[in-house]
Every structure is written in C-alpha cells, then in structure tokens.
Design a protein around this ligand. Structure first.
Ligand code: PLP
Length: 483
C-alpha cells in the first residue's frame, strides 16, 4: 500500500483530464508526462534524493497560481492583488515552523541551491550590518556604496567557509568551485576518518581553529550517518562562526522526528536550509529556517538572489508540510531508516563493502571496488537490470568525481511505495547478483575502460524480471489510471 495520505480515484480523474487538456495543445508533452509515470512505475528507484510526491502535492502546483507575481513577503509586496499568495505563503510558513519547531521559515527559494544562496547572503549581510556598519554610520546593508563594501570586507577579513569535502559526502554548494559559493567564500573542507569513514569532530574542530571560518557548514548529500549538530555548534561558537546546516537530504527524517536531540539541526544551527522534494516528499523547491535575528535578512532572498516567488510551488510546499505534520509521516520516516538499515545488512551479509560499515539515515554508500568496478560501470549495469541508482564518490576516491568508486542507494522513494524490510533484503540480493556478474570490458585512455562493462548472459534480464515482480506487489499511485 502506498504511503500517500490521499491516492484516490478523484486524483485519477484530475490527472486524466489535465493530460487531455495538455494534449489538445502539445500532444508530445502529454505523451511524455504519461511515459514518465509509466517509467517510474516500472523502475526500482533507489536514488537517495528522489521520492514520489502525493497527488495532493502535485495538483496544488498545476494551476493559475503560476500567473501571479508577488515579489516581497507576506503583507509587503511590490505587486498589487497578492491576497491569495499571502494566504499561501503564510500557511506554508506556518506549517514549516510547526513541523520543524523553527521560529522563522522562508518558503520562497526555488530550489536547494537557491535556499543556500539566500542563507549565505543573510549571514554575510548580518555580519556586515553589525558593528562595522554602525561604525560606518550606515543604517542598512543595502545603503552601502561599493567603497563601503570594500572597506567592510577588509574589516571582516576574508570570508571563509568550512564544509564537508565532496568525496566525504558534502555538496557543491558548500563552497566548491563550480558553484557560486566557491567564488563568494574562500573554502576549506573537513573529511572523514580514514579508518572508520565517520565524521571526526576533533578534526573538524582543529580545522575550524586554524581556518577560522565565517560559516561552518554541516549537512551532506552522501554521508550515511547522523551528524551531531550540538558538537558542530560548539565548534562554530568557539571560532565565532555561524553554523549553517543544509538538511536537504534528511529533512524528512527531522520532520518525522527520527532525528531528534543532538541530531536535529534546528535547535543548534544559526540557519538551516533544505530542499522540499527529497525525503520531505514535497514539490521541487527549497526553504530556509532561522531565528528571528536572521529573519529580516533571509526574507530579502527576493530580490537579492531570487526572482519573484513561485506561488504554485509554495502552495504545493504547504500541502506537503501539512502531510508531514500527520502522525503517519513519522511512521514513514522511521520506515525509511529501517529500510536503509535492512538494505545495508542485506548487502553486508553478502560480502559487500559499505562506507562507514552501514547506515543510520536514509542512504547507503556501496563501495564497488570489491566487485572490480567503477561507480559508473556499476550504475549502468544496475540500470540494465531495472535498478535505478546513482554513482557517487567514496572518501579518497581513486576514480575521481566522474567515474567514482561508489553507488549511492536511498530508501525514501521505495518506502513511499510501500516496500519493507524483507523486500530490502531481496533488493540487496539483486544488486549483489548484478554486480558479481558484471566485469569491466575494453580499454580506455591509458588502461582498462572505466565506463565499459559486460554482464554475464541472461543475468540482467532475470534480475529485471525479479525487480518487476517486487514492484508489482506495490503499485505506484494505485488509484491513478491514465488509460
Ligand atoms: N544541498 C544538498 C545537500 C543537496 O543534496 C542538494 C541536491 O542534490 C542541494 C542542496 C541542491 O538542491 P537543488 O537541486 O534543489 O538545487
């Protein structure tokens, strides 16, 4: 049984009618939308950052709200006629505050990257505004001239960010070169312990003492363990940094009260950012949570770094957050973690190697070097067998960020679909079977190819058949019939 609170025949009628209307204008798009649900129904989705939003979330975003401009914030808009958008943004923020126990919520960011950019800007603006601004006799950061800025930057010293390294599971937006954060800040990374693969808080503390960052970033895309945010906050305080937690991946586990106490970022961080579409199971989008001291700066996200808000997406966020407040969401979040543990145990039991030796969140990082493969070969072979994953670097990865040596596996989507622990063990067997039957083939520049591979005859088809049987037991959007 799917874990969505609503999966009704009404949703079926609504989606069918919507596609009929789209088809009248551009049939190829209607067909592609129909093909997408067919593909999703047929694939064993283990992508840790994906989920299946409920019909209520989807239907809230496909409507006339998309037509409205509403720059500004609730009650302080730069456009007239924002009554409904004010309601929508207020309700979404109210749910966000309640779900996460946060004093302030800003629900406008269009994505996780945008949420991080809003947070970086807010922290910088707050720092600039404090004593240095007063000394300069300026009331507000927006009133600064270029020369004021240059002076203030010198007064503040270099803007530095300390975040988790990419190969330990950090994210590009945590100060890395290909992202604007890498241009805004001088960045240094902390990694994980070479023996255990676990976050080494003493090493983070030592790096922070030496580097003295303005922002200490915690949070990850591919670290399979909980992070102790109380300790991270102590480290930030010791060096005068703001602790920013990017909980994009595990927001659903925080909302579902699986991550509490030291592992809940909200009471400990100066600012928390998230996406809304991963374990939180909402629409694609972002959000920033903070205390009142930062609220004014965070609320300037638009127009500082964002365009006009997307009212239809804020509506869908409000619906998803309302769902996250229901007790069933707590059960869901717990099952996500139980399933990840069952998957990890199933893989370990079959001799696989996992980064950190297991998991206590929603994801498992499988090191495929023991199978003699690169992450890219493993990802492609699994896809041939109907298992959708994504390759991911492992700590100190010899194959770099493109080919990698790992595959990241996550359980939020399949848990929404209703799969449980016994099925996770079956999936572990399918993954192990495919990878054991796969070998590198051909040569690339300077040695064996890191991309090409061969699977022993018949294995992919057989596994795909077993994966399809598993999925048949748990239909996706069971009430929704587009035929
Ligand atoms: N932060 C983290 C930790 C992420 O994993 C991601 C997405 O993968 C993002 C931010 C960016 O989110 P988006 O793709 O919505 O911009």
């Amino acid at each position: 049984m799917t874990n969505h609170p609503v999966a009704s025949e009404q949703a079926s009628t609504a989606f069918r009618s919507a596609l009929d209307v789209v088809r009248q204008v551009e049939p190829r798009i209607a067909d592609a939308i129909g093909a997408e649900i067919a593909d999703q129904r047929a694939s064993l989705k283990l992508i840790a950052s994906e989920n299946y939003a409920s019909p209520a979330v989807m239907l809230a975003m496909g409507n006339w709200l998309t037509d409205k401009y509403a720059e500004g914030t609730v009650g302080r808009r730069f456009y007239a006629g924002c009554r409904s958008v004010d309601t929508i943004e207020s309700v979404a923020a109210e749910h966000a505050r309640a779900v996460f126990g946060a004093p302030h919520a800003y629900v406008q960011p269009h994505s996780g990257i945008d949420a991080n950019l809003v947070a970086f800007w807010a922290v910088l603006a707050q720092r600039v505004e404090s004593p240095a601004l007063a000394r300069a006799g300026v009331r507000h950061v927006n009133d600064l001239s270029e020369e004021d800025w240059a002076q203030l930057r010198r007064a503040l010293g270099d803007q530095r960010m300390l975040g988790m390294s990419l190969d330990a599971g950090g994210h590009l937006t945590h100060g890395f070169r290909p992202n604007i954060s890498g241009k805004m800040f001088e960045q240094r990374s902390y990694g994980t312990d070479p023996e255990t693969g676990l976050l080494d808080y003493d090493a983070v503390r030592a790096a922070a003492r030496e580097f003295r960052p303005l922002v200490l970033v915690a949070g990850y895309s591919a670290y399979p363990r909980r992070v102790n945010f109380r300790i991270m906050r102590e480290i930030a305080d010791e060096v005068g940094a703001t602790l920013m937690v990017d909980m994009a991946h595990f927001a659903g586990l925080v909302a579902g009260k699986v991550l509490t106490g030291d592992f809940d970022p909200v009471p400990h961080a100066g600012v928390v950012t998230t996406t809304t579409h991963k374990s939180l199971r909402g629409p694609r989008g972002g959000m920033v949570l903070c205390h009142e001291d930062l609220a004014e700066h965070v609320d300037r996200g638009c127009p500082m770094v964002l365009g006009g808000p997307l009212p239809h997406m804020m509506a869908a966020k409000a619906v998803a957050l309302a769902e996250a407040r229901q007790p069933a969401f707590g059960d869901y979040a717990q099952r996500v973690v139980d399933n990840a543990r069952a998957l990890a145990e199933g893989l370990l039991h079959r001799g696989a190697s996992l980064v950190t030796g297991g998991t206590d969140n929603h994801l498992v990082l499988l090191d495929v070097q023991g199978y003699g493969l690169t992450g890219r070969q493993a990802e492609a072979a699994l896809l041939d067998a109907g298992i959708v994953t994504n390759r991911n670097a492992v700590p100190r990865d010899p194959n770099g960020a493109w080919y990698t040596s790992g595959v990241r596996l996550g359980t939020p989507a399949l848990t929404t679909r209703g799969l449980g622990g016994a099925e996770m063990d079956e999936i572990a067997e399918l993954i192990d079977t495919v990878l054991r039957a796969t070998s590198p083939s051909g040569t690339g520049a300077g040695g064996p190819s890191k991309a090409r591979y061969a699977i022993a005859a018949g294995v992919a088809a057989k596994v795909a058949e077993r994966a399809a049987e598993l999925l048949d037991r748990h239909p996706l959007y069971p009430g929704v019939d587009l035929s």
